[in-house]
Ligand binder design. Structure first.
Ligand code: PEP
Length: 253
């Protein structure tokens, strides 16, 4: 079902003590301030903190997601973490195809597709990232790039499988740079993505898909971004590392 979602991508930040403090502070805040109905908070900490986070979440305050997963089922892949492992730790969401994975680890659309398959086989919902780099936007190629990422990464799925997918549009030039897409730019791309889904799976599936915006989203701009009809929340990096900022974003719907 289409939900408003605010997902925190902690990336490679925080020691265990700092992570524990952030999650416990968030739980205190969520006890004081309930999120609106149909609004979901997801925390995506580094792997070593997943269990601590699911313990705090108590199946009620927030859901827990991982930041990446192996494209392989199991075996001799030193350092990798499988979807089966995540499933066995009650992880319910997982980011796939983040621009940092694509840029620094050369992750391809085909690997994104394989990771999505692994996650779905283990009943974990993928949060699939897409978005253009600055040169692509300057060359007006952003729609071609996002279309390729969505088609090659996701459109092999059945409509039933696709219903578990969350999409995050993250213009790479806006990630961690302080430069946010304007609400108009975000809405334009989100509407485009929804139209691609409608073309492939029909309007009903498209209308039920949550499409998040990511890229320097913060308390000061979340409200105007989330006010757009096709923006169903955000994938939040830097601002998810501070409890007050993340709560302000989660209550900006
Ligand atoms: C991200 O990494 O997904 C992200 C959106 O980061 P930031 O909010 O820091 O731009």
């Amino acid at each position: 079902m289409r939900k408003n979602i605010v997902a925190g991508n902690w990336k490679m930040n925080k020691t265990f003590e700092q992570a524990d403090e952030l999650v416990s502070t968030l739980v205190e805040k969520l006890e004081e301030t309930e999120l609106k109905q149909n609004t979901l908070m997801i925390l995506c900490p580094p792997y070593p903190y997943l269990e601590m986070s699911t313990d705090y979440s108590n199946d009620s305050y927030f859901m827990v997601g991982a930041q990446d997963v192996s494209e392989h089922e199991e075996g001799a892949f030193t350092g990798e973490v499988s979807a089966a492992m995540l499933e066995s730790m009650d992880v319910e969401y997982c980011i796939v195809g983040h621009s940092e994975r694509r840029q620094y680890f050369h992750e391809s659309d085909q690997q994104v597709a394989a990771k999505v398959n692994q996650l779905l086989a283990h009943e974990i919902r993928p949060i699939v990232c897409c978005g253009e780099v600055l040169e692509e936007r300057e060359a007006n190629k952003q729609f071609d790039v996002v279309k390729r990422q969505i088609c090659d990464g996701l459109f092999h799925l059945s409509a039933e499988q696709f219903a578990s997918v969350v999409i995050a549009y993250e213009p790479v030039w806006a990630i961690g740079t302080g430069k946010t897409a304007t609400p108009e730019q975000a809405q334009e791309m989100h509407a485009f993505i929804r139209s691609l889904i409608a073309e492939k799976y029909g309007k009903e599936v498209a209308d039920e898909t949550s499409i998040l915006y990511g890229g320097s989203c913060k308390p000061g701009n979340a409200k105007e971004l989330f006010a757009n009809p096709d923006v169903d929340g955000g994938l939040i990096g830097g601002a998810s590392l501070k409890a007050d900022d993340f709560m302000a974003i989660a209550t900006a719907f």
